[in-house]
Design a protein around this ligand. Structure first.
Ligand code: UD1
Ligand code: CA
Length: 496
């Protein structure tokens, strides 16, 4: 529990974000797998404030619904038709308990790299200085567009002027207002009541609180942040991409420092909630998204996209896409396979090349190596599914389940027309179209029997090179022998 815990954090998210040119409210755009406002909410929560509140207006229902989903304990305040950050905070205070005392922190819903730690440092300094207002500021090479921090001779903050209201001299100031503050709540309330809209934008500026607090004789100081990215806001999609890249660099760095090899961080995209074990190697072109977790000693990539997927220790995944799948210990996947939701690959199992799986429980050591669609299936341990096998799970009306027993063997190019159960230790002959169950120990042969028609090439392809080759071979080996015997002895021919 921290000694300078604020009473409330107010997150401003009422603005439209016009420059995004989007049907989606700005704060619902994402970087690192989280919406901009979710980043702000997480940082706010780290202060352990009693209340965390989001001020909404533009598309308020959509924003509120999303915020509730990510954090059920938030408060919400609706901003009315008076515009400006000052009005937004005023509406925010109105929705908080009237007897609230202590510190209120104000942040923005569009400053996603701001760390909770920075808010903790802000409230610590605010308390230590005994200030009524503490403004987070940064010295930047290009201050254009930001409010400038005007300091007095003693280093305290005298005021903040917006770009549009600034004199040429003030525009030369390189210390900007990051839009993040700690306020004494009583001073804030009183000052906001006095803030007007007489400025270039006709808005009620939160920044005017600084001047009013000074007039009342209170101390206002700045908390200077060196890590400039933490104060950067997203106003358009160029900034969204830039901050997304910086966030990703930070996430990759955290994993590398934790013992993960990332061969090319520039082409590796890792969402903030992903976990990766030590001695795992991530190869180029890989995206690890959502709640994906990867164990120790795995190799993932190149060109793998995993969403909400669990990869257990020692597994290998290359050139594959998986969503809501589990890849077992020491198992291997790819290249060029697609694991859809409900795929569970057992320890030491294999999903090879050009395989699509969905709702498929593939047992320990079982193999689906080549060119297969495997949907709605349970495959027992050690079973082998031959190349080109199709689990025909859909009859045009409903989905049906297939069960393949332990150590069973499905020959190549079979179609398994579900619902079908193949028992333990059974075989399905290559090229079968299976519609009935197979008992343990049986082989099912579900295809036309081979017929060899003698003399066909001589009759139908006379004079071709094929005919000549046949004649030459005949001259060496004599007349053909006709095989009428049951040919199932070599039926179970899976590729490998
Ligand atoms: C604000 C500051 C400026 C600072 C900059 C930092 C003021 C007057 N200016 O300017 O000094 O350098 O942030 O990024 O505060 N919002 C509302 N309701 C409103 C208007 C805005 O909730 O009526 C929210 C926005 O959704 C956004 C935040 O407040 O999350 C900042 O608003 P924005 O319009 O971006 O402020 P700036 O003009 O950039
Ligand atoms: Ca802004």
């Amino acid at each position: 529990m921290n000694a300078t815990r604020p009473a409330a954090v107010v997150i401003l998210a009422a603005g439209e974000g016009t420059r995004m040119k989007s049907a989606l409210p700005k704060v619902l755009h994402r970087i690192g797998g989280l919406t901009l406002v979710e980043h702000a909410i997480r940082a706010a929560r780290q202060t352990e404030a009693q209340f965390v509140e989001v001020v909404v207006r533009h598309q308020r229902d959509r924003v509120v619904e999303h915020c509730r989903e990510v954090d059920a304990d938030l408060l919400f305040a609706d901003q009315d038709d008076v515009m400006g950050t000052g009005r937004a905070v005023e509406c925010g205070l109105d929705a908080l308990p009237a007897d609230l005392e202590g510190t209120v922190v104000v942040t923005s819903g569009d400053v996603p790299l701001l760390a909770g730690d920075t808010l903790l440092r802000l409230t610590e300094q605010h308390a230590a200085d005994g200030s009524a207002v503490t403004v987070v500021s940064a010295r930047v090479p290009r201050p254009f567009g930001y409010g400038r921090v005007v300091r007095g001779a003693d280093g305290s903050v005298e005021g903040i002027v917006e770009e549009k209201d600034a004199t040429d001299g003030q525009r030369a100031i390189d210390e900007i207002n990051a839009g993040i503050y700690a306020f004494d709540v009583a001073v804030l309330r009183r000052a906001l009541a006095r803030v007007g809209t007489d400025n270039a934008q006709g808005e009620k500026y939160l920044t005017d609180v600084v001047r009013i607090a000074r007039e009342e004789g209170h101390t206002v100081r700045a908390h200077v942040v060196d890590d400039l990215w933490q104060t950067e806001g997203v106003n358009d999609r160029v900034q969204l991409a830039t901050l997304g890249r910086v966030l990703n660099e930070r996430v990759c760095e955290r994993h590398m420092r934790g013992g993960v090899t990332i061969v090319d961080p520039a082409t590796t995209w890792i969402d903030v909630d992903v976990s990766i074990g030590r001695d795992t190697t991530i190869l180029p072109g890989t995206q690890l998204l959502g709640a994906t977790s990867i164990g120790e000693g795995c190799t993932v990539g190149p060109e793998v996209t995993l969403t909400d997927t669990e990869v257990r220790d020692g597994a290998t995944v290359k050139r594959a896409e998986a969503h809501l799948a589990v890849i077992g210990e020491g198992a291997s996947v790819g290249p060029y396979s697609y694991l859809r939701p409900g795929t569970v690959l057992g320890a030491g199992g294999k999903i090879g090349g050009f395989v699509e799986t969905k709702n498929a429980d593939i047992g320990e050591g079982a193999k689906v190596p080549h060119l297969t669609y495997c949907g709605d299936a349970t495959i027992g341990e050690g079973a082998n599914i031959g190349a080109g096998t199709i689990f025909a799970n859909y009859d045009g009306m409903a989905k049906h389940h297939t069960t393949i027993g332990r150590h069973s063997f499905v020959g190549s190019d079979s179609v398994i027309v579900a619902p079908v159960t193949v028992g333990d230790g059974a075989y399905v002959a290559a090229g079968s179209a299976l519609t009935k169950d197979v008992e343990p120990g049986q082989i099912a042969v579900a295809r036309g029997t081979q017929r060899n028609i003698d003399g066909w090439v001589a009759r139908s392809r006379a004079g071709t090179k094929t005919h000549a080759a046949a004649e030459e071979a005949r001259a060496r080996t004599g007349p053909p022998h006709t095989d009428d015997s049951d040919s199932t002895g070599s039926e179970g021919d899976g590729a490998s």
